[in-house]
Ligand binder design. Structure first.
Ligand SMILES: [Zn+2]
Length: 260
């Protein structure tokens, strides 16, 4: 047990002074506002509650440095995405787990204690489904278990390459599922977190460009009590494409068509 004392800490009641915190095995066991300093180790700075990272793709930590440099004219989100697709074309399950654990470790060092992982990397490098369809979701859960990160695991449903049922591209082969396979993925993700204290599973339609209206309704039913998470629109072009497809911008379309 370590006993730390901070000059200032943000508690549910607001800022307090001389806050003693008892920590055992990395977990806060007790908090004592206006504590007497005897027996406590004084820590410089203020103490804040752990922060949640509400949107993460942990495997992308492994491509840091590959796409930060400005390329030739015309570089954009979409050229960044080509680099990302090339990078993920080589990742094995062991890579996915190691990179996820590394990213989570860095997040924990930075003050994040819970993570919503928008997990869309599902299949083998050639696009084939693993023997366990939730292999890679299970690896992300293992990384959270190993590091102690709280996890909201969000298996992503990604069904098409663009609005109006456009065919997926080769770069998307590791993401694409049909509804039947997606429900197995969600089940597998639930199994993967079942023994974890601080983990929950939700559902994540990737975006309006990657999920048609009918399947959107069907996958939302799989959420049960869990959260629902979507990339509403990542880029201006996506808003323009949504307007061309439906006459509405993505947020307006969702407010009118998705269940409240
Ligand atoms: Zn994202």
């Amino acid at each position: 047990m370590r006993k730390l004392i901070f000059d200032h800490a943000l508690l549910p009641t607001g800022w307090e002074q001389n806050v003693g915190i008892e920590v055992a095995r990395g977990v806060i066991r007790a908090v004592h506002p206006r504590a007497a300093p005897d027996g406590f180790e004084r820590v410089a700075g203020v103490a804040l509650p752990g922060l949640p990272n509400l949107h993460s793709h942990t495997f992308q930590r492994g491509m840091a440095g590959l796409a930060e440099t400005r390329g030739p004219e015309g570089d954009s989100f979409w050229t960044w995405r080509q680099v990302m697709y090339r990078f993920l074309g080589n990742l094995t399950p062991d890579d996915v787990e190691a990179i996820a654990a590394f990213a989570m470790m860095e997040m924990l060092e930075g003050g994040f204690t819970a993570l919503a992982e928008f997990h869309y990397l599902h299949h083998d490098t050639d696009g084939r489904t693993y023997d366990d369809p939730a292999e890679l979701a299970t690896r992300v859960a293992a990384a959270a278990h190993e590091t102690g990160m709280g996890l909201t695991l969000l298996p992503v449903f990604y069904a098409q390459g663009g609005f109006a049922g456009a065919a997926p591209t080769e770069g998307q082969r590791r993401f694409i599922t049909d509804l039947q396979l997606y429900s197995k993925l969600v089940e597998g993700a639930r199994r993967a977190v079942a023994s974890m204290d601080d983990a929950v599973v939700g559902v994540a339609p990737h975006s309006l460009r990657a999920v048609g209206p009918r399947s959107l309704g069907e996958i939302l039913a799989l959420a049960e009590e869990g959260p629902i998470h979507i990339h509403v629109a990542e880029q201006v072009k996506e808003v323009e494409d949504c307007l061309a497809w439906s006459g509405q911008r993505p947020v307006a379309w969702l407010l009118d068509h998705a269940p409240g």
